[in-house]
Design a protein around this ligand. Sequence first.
Ligand code: SAH
Ligand code: SF4
Ligand code: F3S
Length: 467
Amino acid sequence: MNLPNIKEARKRTKNEVEHIYLEQEYDKNAFKNKKYFLRTYGCQMNVHDSEEIAARLESLGFESTDELEKANIIILNTCAIRENAHDKLYGFLGRCKHAKKLDDSIIIGICGCMAQEEGVVKELMKKHPYVDIVFGTHNIHELQDLILERNSKQNIRVYSCEGNVYENISYKRDSNIKAWVNIQYGCDKFCTYCIVPYTRGKQRSRKSKEIIKEVKDLVKDGYKEVTLLGQNVNAYGKDIEGELSFADLLQSVAETGIERVRFVTSHPWDFTDEMIDAIANNDNIMNYIHLPLQSGSDSILKKMGRRYTKNEYLELYNKIKGRVKDVAITTDIIVGFPNETEEDFLETLDVVNKCKFDGAFTFIYSPREGTPAATMEDSVDLKTKEDRLYKLNELINKYSLENNKKLEGKVVKVLVEGISEKDNNKVFGYTETMKLVNVTNAKEDIGNIIDVKIIEAKSFSLDGEKN
Ligand code: SAH
Ligand code: SF4
Ligand code: F3S
């Protein structure tokens, strides 16, 4: 098998971003009666990208299947954030190889953040010659062409430099109740441990008028909730002269009348008072904020390049708590950053004890090739890191349960999304503060916002009944 020249495949080199309105039509009969299997790893960006990928596959006539064995094309939308994200993919590739052995006409494709890692792609293509197509995070709009024009070799379309901002994209949305809306792509923050600025490119904001138009269309289509998506939403608009600030964008989105507005992720740096005002003053902007801490130690925060100190984080936290009624705040924390001392770790626990977060995603630091932190010496052994993670999780869960317990006996608003997986007699939905609730007596309320009385609180969910 000839290995493609990856340098050639990376054809885009220019750096200025254009906003392009896509008008593409494809032959719906090209793959009539053929099926696609799409698996998504990673964050909400990838989940939403998969909604675009699904729409593109369907524009060629493919239909969705949940059974790998029935698929004519298998697409794996990958994540590169930590080493275990890689491991998960390699585990699954074994099944794809087997499917391909049984039927050589199956197309196997890899996309997402791993596809942007040059070394990884080279090795992947060599070790997994049955992979037919690879496309990068800046090349999703070329998927149909890539499939139609592919040859018997391995076909790669990966731009090493960030792409344009495309408008008029079709999505096959997973839900008809709540929708993701991209407001920006990429990230300029370059936290020293993080691969995202390399896999997603520099920050490119969408134009506010396109975002607002998309939300208005979603309202017309009956959607109840939108989540504005970006790696660093508070930096929205800074890359376009004369564009709205994030606070102004939030205000404009709220004014569309959509019942619920959410956003992820906001970086503590640059979390403005105007943003807090917009959240506090609009009932339809949810009182829930995901505010990644990463570490409570000033020296680690500095090495991470996070641009705030422990005290600045706490000040911001307290300001938000003081101004946004009943706000819930969750966070992300990394333990075991290179040379994290016990004192550093205790500083993190101290912040957790002070903030009593509603929940947290916690991780052991994973070195990512090409990031500055990956070259830092690290004297901390894995066992110590695992112990720290365990201790941290115990504390996080304790506060999570404590916060949830405060809701017992109270009546909260829940947007009902569907039947509970665990119990078919119940439905599930989320509170304004983003807590999962399983509800009895509300089967006819899917798609509605209803009052629910909380009966029992657990660490990760609540049980309630329609009020
Ligand atoms: N843009 C968001 C986070 C995106 S990545 C922000 O800045 O807050 C999601 C989370 O993964 C991060 O908040 C961080 O906690 C974690 N993460 C990122 N890189 C990591 C690494 N190399 N090892 C372990 N966790 C990491
Ligand atoms: Fe990664 Fe930092 Fe950007 Fe978040 S802000 S995506 S952690 S570089
Ligand atoms: Fe993973 Fe890429 Fe998201 S690395 S976390 S899928 S931006």
